[in-house]
Design a protein around this ligand. Sequence first.
Ligand SMILES: *Cc1c(COP(=O)(O)O)cnc(C)c1O
Length: 412
Amino acid sequence: MTSLQATDPEIARLIDGESRRQRDSIRLIASENYASAAVMEATGSCLTNKYSEGYPSKRYYEGQEFIDQVELLATERARKVFGAEHANVQPYSGSPANLAVYLAFLKPGDTVMGMALPAGGHLTHGWKVSITGKYFRAVQYGVRRDTGNIDYDEVRDLARREKPKLLWAGGTAIPRKIDFEAFAEIASEIDAIFVADIAHISGLVAGGAHPSPVPLADVVTSTTHKTLRGPRGGMILCREEHQKKIDRAVFPGLQGGPHNHTTAALAVALEEASRDEFKAYAHQIVKNSQALSAALVERGFDLISGGSDNHLILCDLTGKGVPGKVASQALNRAHVVLNSNAIPFDPRKPFDPSGIRLGTAAVTTRGMKEGEMTQIAEWIDQVVSRPDDEDLQKRIAGEAKELCDRFPAPGV
Ligand SMILES: *Cc1c(COP(=O)(O)O)cnc(C)c1O
């Protein structure tokens, strides 16, 4: 950090503060993680200096002898880890990866079907404020009120009626396994392109802790920085028959030069994801999520769908009489960091919702196990019971730091 400190002490100080915050707090934001020191090193490398529009051996500028190998390694590893016929590792992030899929298969005004944002879907699956809800005719499915889960008969009925050209599965607040087979059947019945967006669960899929959509879906998109634990980025996996369309949509359809430092870091993350330790990590994420769920239920918390099959827990705080934002802010003061979140059929406003969302990827990366999850649930219960008690928050922040010291975080 010395050259950064010399050049820009203001930014150096802020990065140092964020690093301490990540080190000393219990991070339960379901989309976040700790990338390894090796991934961070690649991200901070000189590869950021190179332009390489195009694809390996088909570039527009010279000097690609190393960059081509980096991108080839990343794509090969992505194909191997996920068992995919083709991989495109150039999308800048999850949202651009999804936009590329629209560009590959749809014309403006065509019908697309995805899960509604308030039910747990993603903005880019056709939500009205997103470009995907403005430039396309979006039809949205949700979850059942009684179970909190996707009703596949309802999805099928809606799909038959509305005939979308593109059907999305996946989302940002889905605590249960997704039945990719059911989605694939529905899509094939109506001759739609089936896209599985595994942004949240790609690390679980890679580690064998969640069924893979790769053999079933036309296209699979993902971020690379959530449970997969790579650099901030996106990727697209697809069948060979769609390779040309997808590659052309990413470049030159949507993007210019790929972020080579990110591609290299993704290659590193995928190498890490192919190891046995990663499989153990992926399975431990789910065990931790189930332990945290059980400990919360024991303390009277109301979980959407009653529990969790993956890394994610969605909790309705209505019964606790505390709005999601009050809880998340009080917990943040106790250095237990999560986000307030809409719950299905939320009577409150999106910016002031009824729930909180928790995820176990980052704490699992630190090496925490079921016992620590019980401790974390106990802290959450205490803070949510008395959200105005600042002494309590201070005490728990201290205890959280002690726990964090016992489980060092990589990369910070
Ligand atoms: C996080 C996420 C995205 C978007 O990823 P960004 O990198 O934030 O653009 C897309 N889809 C789903 C399901 C996600 O959870």
